[in-house]
Design a protein around this ligand. Structure first.
Ligand SMILES: *[C@@H]1O[C@H](CO)[C@@H](O)[C@H](O)[C@H]1NC(C)=O
Length: 197
């Protein structure tokens, strides 16, 4: 999980005035959680006009310049400030671990079960009975397994499926097509395995 703060500097131009330039200063504070809070890493980045010029990585423990300017003007003065550096080295514990407890219930532990349906889609390229489509909608998190059965027999792994698509609202969907046209008297089913179920 990543927490980020964006700061954009610059006043909007007055009416009729030409915009002389766009300047962007971006500060990113990242908490990396590896296997829960077993290992926590904090990274602090400073980026001007898309160029990172200095960063702090808790695995390293000091600021490191990514450009000569960043090294001279930011990394060295900060690294000399003992009190400040003590606080930065503690952020993985004081901020990241603390925030993990706060955000876990609605992020790490978020579980939304899929709604599953099977439908017949007409074949557009050739005439005929069309194909069966399994729609697995609006689930979270992304990992999912869709198995297809024909009269109780599992069909081989070879599948025509979309990628697992993010809907942009913390849910995902995937569509799986059964390759061969359905035949009368045969029962087809989709079985979905998901951590929410
Ligand atoms: C993850 O952490 C748990 C303890 O919280 C530990 O038992 C387990 O072995 C760890 N898994 C990995 C893959 O490191």
């Amino acid at each position: 999980a990543v927490l980020a703060v964006l700061v954009v500097l610059g006043a909007p131009p007055a009416a009729g005035e030409e915009l002389s330039g766009v300047f962007q200063h971006l500060t990113m504070y990242e908490c990396h959680f590896i296997n829960g809070t077993e290992r926590v890493r904090f990274v602090d980045r400073y980026i001007y006009n898309r160029e990172q010029y200095v960063h702090f990585d808790s695995d390293v423990g000091v600021y490191v310049g990514d450009t000569p300017y960043g090294e001279e003007m930011w990394a060295r003065p900060r690294n000399r400030d003992k009190q400040f550096m003590k606080r930065m080295r503690a952020v993985a514990d004081t901020v990241c671990r603390h925030n993990y407890e706060l955000v876990t219930p609605f992020s790490v532990e978020r579980r939304v079960p899929p709604s599953v349906s099977i439908s017949l889609v007409p074949s557009s390229s050739q005439p005929g009975p069309g194909r069966l489509l399994c729609s697995v909608m609006d689930f979270y998190p992304a990992p999912v397994q869709v198995r297809r059965f024909q009269d109780g027999q599992e069909l081989p792994e070879h599948v025509v499926a979309t990628d697992v698509v993010p809907n942009g609202d913390w849910t995902y969907q995937v569509l799986v097509l059964l390759e061969s046209p359905p035949r009368r008297g045969v029962t087809y089913s989709c079985q979905v395995e998901h951590v929410s179920l």
